[in-house]
Write a protein that binds this ligand. Structure first.
Ligand code: ADP
Ligand code: MG
Length: 239
């Protein structure tokens, strides 16, 4: 479970500061997907960066599995991130020279699950790649995979260290609508199966009826969107 409590984040902007995240609070439960939608520049990626403990907020707390990440020093925060948080960035940052299995095994080694040993790590990598539908592509390098398949490798890699929190930023932005819908379904299915508390940033309203809760961000402020409104908007957009 992850809780953001009254998070405010500002960035320097000339002689002033711009407020990217304005007093945002949210809680995501294990096994659920909370979508964060909203226009470009509204602060969605900034919220994820704070949740990921990559940026320390000006104010507020980030609580991951009972630990207040904003109280931790850099080393402890990065350990918490490696062990508890899976991150899928907008741009897939796979290593060009590694196969799909190797991308995941390397992540396992960075994540401290090296103690598990390479054979176990390879086994988990194969299992996860199977769960994302890539059983036939285990030994392919990124250049041999489609955009959607690379995104699947990214998602599997984020789950390698059995995180309790999964943070995903616009995973469908480079995909067509059908591929995009498949990726969202996959994220929802994996979050349920693996029990992750998932925050999913997307501006694509068509995908939202599949998730458990939807929040909208406007000018750094977050507000809930009733699922009834989500379904009628999605129906309207896809017709
Ligand atoms: P979104 O993901 O919704 O498009 P962002 O979180 O990327 O929005 O950006 C929110 C606001 O914060 C924007 O005004 C953006 O220009 C600003 N911002 C984001 N990252 C930085 C940064 N590293 N330095 C300065 N301003 C930033
Ligand atoms: Mg963004």
């Amino acid at each position: 479970m992850i809780t953001l409590d009254a998070i405010t984040l500002t960035f320097p902007d000339g002689s002033e500061r711009v407020t990217a995240v304005d007093n945002v609070s949210l809680t995501a439960q294990p096994g659920t997907v909370t979508a964060i939608t909203g226009p470009s520049g509204s602060g969605k990626s900034s919220v994820l960066a704070v949740a990921a403990t990559l940026i320390r907020p000006d104010r507020g707390q980030v609580i991951v599995g009972g630990i207040d990440a904003t109280e931790l020093n850099r080393a402890d925060a990065s350990r918490l991130r490696r062990e508890r948080i899976g991150i899928v960035f907008q741009q897939s940052n796979l290593l060009p020279s590694l196969t799909a299995v190797e991308q995941l095994v390397v992540m396992g080694e960075l994540g401290g699950s090296a103690r598990r040993g390479r054979p176990r790590a390879t086994e988990r990598a194969r299992e996860l790649l199977g769960a994302v539908g890539l059983t036939d592509h285990l030994d392919k390098r990124p250049a041999q995979l489609s955009g959607g398949q690379r995104q699947r490798v990214n998602i599997a890699r984020a789950l390698m260290n059995e995180p309790t929190v999964l943070l995903v930023d616009e995973p469908t932005s480079a995909l067509d609508q059908e591929r995009g819908a498949e990726i969202i379904d996959l994220i929802v299915g994996l979050s349920t199966d693996q029990g992750t508390a998932t925050l999913l940033v997307t501006h694509d309203l068509v995908h939202l009826p599949r998730v458990h809760a939807v929040l909208q961000m406007v000018d750094g402020r977050l507000s809930p969107v009733p699922m009834g409104a989500v379904r009628s908007t999605a129906a309207h957009e896809s017709s």
